[in-house]
Ligand binder design. Structure first.
Ligand SMILES: O=C([S-])c1cc(C(=O)S)c[n+]([C@@H]2O[C@H](COP(=O)(O)O)[C@@H](O)[C@H]2O)c1
Ligand code: NI
Length: 400
């Protein structure tokens, strides 16, 4: 979904927890187009609901209050029904994929809590129209914002108990704490359900890293209002930060910066004939690069390290593909900073014919100009000469 707006980082400040409507409110409060959001939502084949978006005050802070109103009572949808709703929509395919990934994670967490496989889970509150709108709507807004990376603070989950379709549950609710495994959480002094399962789910699908606010220049902030009245401001704060570069010799402002996910697995028991298919499939699913490295594993076994580079928002999907399509039982993941040269493709006329070249730059300085390999193959063929000779002629032409 995001690959992204390379200069923008989204930071979610969860000092008062997070819920689905707080997230929608915070994103809209950043200034995302309300009409576009509502029009995207109408692509879902759901009717019996209304989304009310209004500016309001909470704990002395102005923000956006989003309320999804529905007349639905006690729905019992499972993953299959929810996937059907999403698949039957006219939403962008990235939004569909992210929304389905979200519901699968929710079903996994619910399944863990209720002792069932994800496919057999019947959601109660979290499967209702308002939750579908919260989750799909969040994916729509994230797609509209398209930040390069998403960070979040440690999460205030709250404490006490909550009364819901299951009866009385401890806070954080079992599904919430299941979803937040691996995430830094705490409960502040005030009790209440600060983070809901939907809020926890949104953090797990969108956030690349948890911690304090990263280095950057704040450009915008938005507040999504929670419903409960609390002593402390019941808001989720979203901050948009522009990357701040101050790293010495090279003028990093002239370079492109983004994040890249690195997925890796060491394999010593796979039929080597199968790698070609697996690599092809990873590229089809959005990998930027896939490569194999020979390694020596435990018991001196020769093995292969498969590495897949991809945009961070595709890492879940691609890690799953690696698990399904190679013999590995686990995939390591790392989201790394990446510094890139600016690149543009230009078509030029050479003595051998027209050719696309990749021009790599730092600011306005051209660092190198590289002929496109596939075009070079065609030129060599058309001019009935070896590729090596064609490169010699073209490189001489480019150097003049
Ligand atoms: O709908 C279900 S199955 C459900 C499960 C759980 C578990 O922790 S298990 C908790 N809840 C409670 O429902 C409300 C609504 O949650 P949203 O995420 O839709 O806002 C909330 O109080 C949950 O704790 C529901
Ligand atoms: Ni439940």
């Amino acid at each position: 979904m995001k690959n992204g707006n390379s200069k923008t980082i989204l930071y979610l400040d969860c000092f008062s927890g997070i819920s689905g409507d707080m997230f929608l409110g915070a994103m809209l409060d950043l200034g995302l187009d309300k009409e576009e959001f509502l029009s995207e939502l109408t692509k879902l084949p759901l009717h019996d609901y209304e989304v009310e978006i209004k500016k309001a005050l909470k704990g002395g802070i102005t923000g956006t209050d989003v309320m999804v109103k529905t007349h639905e009572h006690h729905p019992h949808r499972g993953l299959k029904q929810i996937y059907e709703i999403i698949d039957n929509s006219k939403l962008k395919s990235d939004v569909k994929q992210k929304s389905k990934e979200a519901f699968y994670k929710l079903a996994e967490a619910e399944g863990k809590v209720h002792g069932k496989p994800p496919e057999e889970i019947h959601f109660h509150e979290v499967g209702a129209v308002d939750s579908i709108v919260d989750i799909v709507g969040s994916c729509i807004l994230m797609d509209m914002l398209n930040p390069a990376a998403v960070y979040a603070s440690p999460v205030n989950v709250g404490s006490g108990t909550v009364n819901c379709a299951h009866g009385i549950l401890p806070v954080p609710a079992p599904a919430t704490i299941e979803l937040l495994k691996g995430v830094p959480v705490y409960a502040a002094e005030e009790s209440g359900e600060f983070t809901t399962p939907t809020g926890a789910l949104l953090l797990t699908i969108f956030v690349d890293e948890f911690g304090s606010m990263p280095l950057g220049i704040p450009e915008k902030s938005g507040y999504g209002l929670g419903k409960a009245e609390r002593k402390s401001p019941n808001v989720l704060r979203a901050v948009l930060l522009k990357e701040y570069c101050n790293t010495g010799d090279i003028h990093t402002n002239d370079l492109e910066k983004d994040k890249i996910a690195i997925l890796e697995a060491n394999i010593d028991d796979m039929n080597p004939e199968l790698y070609e298919e697996a690599i092809e499939s990873l590229f089809q699913k959005g990998a930027l690069d896939v490569f194999l490295t020979p390694i020596i594993m435990k018991k001196t076994r020769p093995g292969i390290k498969i590495t897949c580079l991809c945009p961070p928002d595709k890492k879940q999907h691609l890690a799953e593909a690696m698990l399904r399509e190679t013999a590995t039982l686990g995939v390591r993941e790392l989201v790394s900073d990446r510094i890139k040269l600016f690149r543009e493709i230009e078509e030029i006329n050479t003595p051998l014919g027209n050719l696309r070249v990749k021009i790599a730059k730092i600011g306005d300085e051209i660092i190198r100009t590289t002929p496109e390999y596939e075009d070079m193959k065609c030129l060599a063929k058309n001019n009935k000469m070896p590729l090596l000779k064609a490169y010699e002629i073209v490189n001489q032409f480019l150097a003049r």
